[in-house]
Ligand binder design. Structure first.
Ligand SMILES: [Zn+2]
Length: 209
């Protein structure tokens, strides 16, 4: 499936319609790519925005489950990247970065066109799944895993979307999970379609690498 708009997409679209929110999210993400979580003051500085405007944008993103901060007020999670340990990782020769979900782990290196190994875990059998991203494409094998793209309402990105946006080692394991989860709204997505979706979601930061 391509061109599918999820609840998370709708929420992101609302957030990015506000240019201040979009700028704060973009700068927070770029800083996290470099493992430099920024405070509101630092973000205001790099984005050339008034501190009160940055505070408003951070509060809005946080309320929508699209931002994490630590006890010192530094942004440790934004636009899919997080300093928190998760089941999803993007590994390059220089760094390991954690992400909120499997779509983030695939979409970020695809959209930013950096070569990486993506590590995630099948929720059904807990086996590790490894993918390779080269030149903005996911290298797929014949027995390629399948992504679940959650649908339905999304008031909180991390809880309502990311928690279920997982990669399954086989379509059988995806079906087992769907059955056990009570057939939630959403759709299976092939890796090449997940890559295409990722290029769209991270288009705003595609040139920052
Ligand atoms: Zn599995």
């Amino acid at each position: 499936m391509t061109g599918a708009e999820t609840g998370a997409d709708r929420l992101a679209r609302v957030a990015t319609r506000d240019p201040v929110v979009a700028a704060v999210r973009r700068h927070a993400f770029i800083a996290l790519l470099d493992h430099r979580p920024m405070t509101a003051t630092e973000l205001a500085d790099v984005a050339s925005l008034a501190p009160a405007e940055v505070d408003r944008a951070l509060a809005r993103l946080r309320a929508g489950g699209a931002l994490e901060t630590d006890s010192e007020g530094r942004v440790i999670g934004a636009h899919g990247l997080t300093r928190r340990r998760t089941r999803h990782r993007i590994v390059t020769s220089q760094r390991t970065r954690n992400t909120w979900c499997a779509l983030d782990a695939i979409g970020i290196p695809v959209a930013l066109r950096f070569d990486a190994t993506v590590h995630t875990e099948c929720p059904t059998c807990t086996s590790e799944i490894t993918l390779h991203v080269r030149d903005g494409e996911v290298l797929t094998q014949t027995d390629a895993p399948t992504l679940w793209l959650p649908g339905g309402a999304c008031g909180h990105v991390m809880d309502d979307f990311c928690a279920a946006a997982n990669l399954f080692c086989t379509t059988k394991h995806l079906e087992l999970w769907r059955h056990d989860a009570g057939r939630p709204p959403g759709q299976p997505m092939r890796l090449e379609d997940a890559a295409r979706h990722g290029r769209h979601v991270w288009a705003d930061v595609a040139d920052c690498w």
